[in-house]
Design a protein around this ligand. Structure first.
Ligand SMILES: Cc1ncc(C[n+]2csc(CCOP(=O)(O)OP(=O)(O)O)c2C)c(N)n1
Ligand SMILES: [Mg+2]
Length: 321
């Protein structure tokens, strides 16, 4: 069953918040305000939004290097996110982690991760904890087509299946791992088919259609909660920006390919649906956008006005055995 009117508006709001947050991060990066590596999710917003719409606050997610969308969709505070991207003390990691390490345990966001594939076994651990807690919680992990080539992918799907864990593996197949096209690197272009090798359910969905992602994820999340075990959901999608924000790293992808995917914009698609179904007017869409842009401005102001960490802070929150 499709989302009701309010749910569709909420899905739209979340996608637009991710889009506007990242457009601003891109602009701030160009001005030198966003520090470190910044990988943007623009174009892929429907995946995080559709999956997290089915999760409770006590469900846990693990993200990867392109993780702003997952944090926002799970309910993270965009002020603290922006401050972290700016390397400020008020950020989620006190300015020490940056864009690739945003985490908020309070909302079940166990962290973004700069190591490709490393989030999968962490999510297996979270799913095992959920299974032991017996509170029908689940864990979900987001990872790319590139990560599906890592050893952790194999180990994690195998263990999750053997232990019948309550979890969802969400593969964001955006057809590239940095500069390497999936058609050169993957032995099988349909990653969801790999699930069969682990005796697991594999499902594929148009990752630019938030209604389709929401519906597919909803079924798999319910199934996992009810003891049906893990599943692999492959979402076919595309990123609009280069691998990371940079003035020196060339985007080798064909221009026509990018343009064809821009025509499948998940945000514009939902705006069109809201208009055509008479759910919102043009004016109401503009009002939602203005409201979101205002919040982004406030987040940037908060980040700008926050202090950088002190040099001695480098010795805090550091652990070693
Ligand atoms: C273990 C490891 N190998 C290589 C890298 C360098 N690296 C960072 S992102 C990336 C590509 C990942 O591609 P994919 O998993 O498809 O995610 P996408 O960037 O497309 O979202 C690579 C190779 C890394 N960070 N970690
Ligand atoms: Mg990829």
């Amino acid at each position: 069953m499709g989302p009701d009117t309010n749910e569709l508006i909420n899905l739209y709001r979340t996608m637009l918040t991710i889009r506007r947050f990242e457009e601003r991060v891109s602009a701030e990066y160009a001005k030198g305000n966003a520090l470190g590596y910044v990988h943007l999710y623009i174009g892929e917003e429907a995946v995080a939004t559709g999956v997290c719409n089915n999760l409770r606050i006590d469900d846990r997610i693990v993200s990867h290097h392109r993780g702003h969308g997952h944090s926002i969709a799970k309910g993270a505070d965009i002020k603290r996110m922006m401050a972290e991207v700016f390397g400020k003390k008020t950020g989620y990691c006190k300015g020490k982690g940056g864009s690739m390490h945003i985490a908020d345990f309070g909302i079940g966001m166990l962290g973004a991760n700069g190591i490709v594939g490393a989030g999968l076994p962490i999510a297996v651990g979270a799913a095992l904890a959920a299974q032991l807690e017996k509170k029908d919680k689940i864990a979900a992990v987001f990872f790319g087509d590139g990560a599906s080539q890592e050893g952790e992918f194999h180990e994690s799907l195998s263990l999750a299946s053997v232990w019948h864990l309550p979890m969802l593996f969400v593969c964001e197949n955006n057809l590239y791992a940095a500069g390497t096209p999936a058609r050169f690197a993957l032995p099988l272009q349909d990653i969801y088919k790999k699930a069969e090798g682990y005796n697991m359910l594999g499902v594929v969905v148009d990752g630019n259609d938030v209604v389709a992602v929401n519906e597919a994820a909803g079924e798999l999340v319910t199934r996992a909660r009810e003891g049906g075990g893990p599943a692999l959901l492959e979402c076919k999608t595309y990123r609009w920006h280069e691998h990371f924000e940079s003035t020196t790293f060339p985007d080798m992808r064909p221009k026509e390919e990018l343009e064809s995917w821009k025509k499948k914009c998940p945000v514009a698609r939902t705006a069109k649906q809201l208009l055509e179904e008479g759910i919102l007017t043009e004016q109401e869409l503009t009002d939602i956008d203005s409201e979101i842009l205002k919040k982004i401005d406030e987040a940037v102001k908060f980040a700008e006005e926050s202090p950088f960490p002190d040099p001695e802070d480098a010795l805090e929150d550091v652990y070693s055995d």
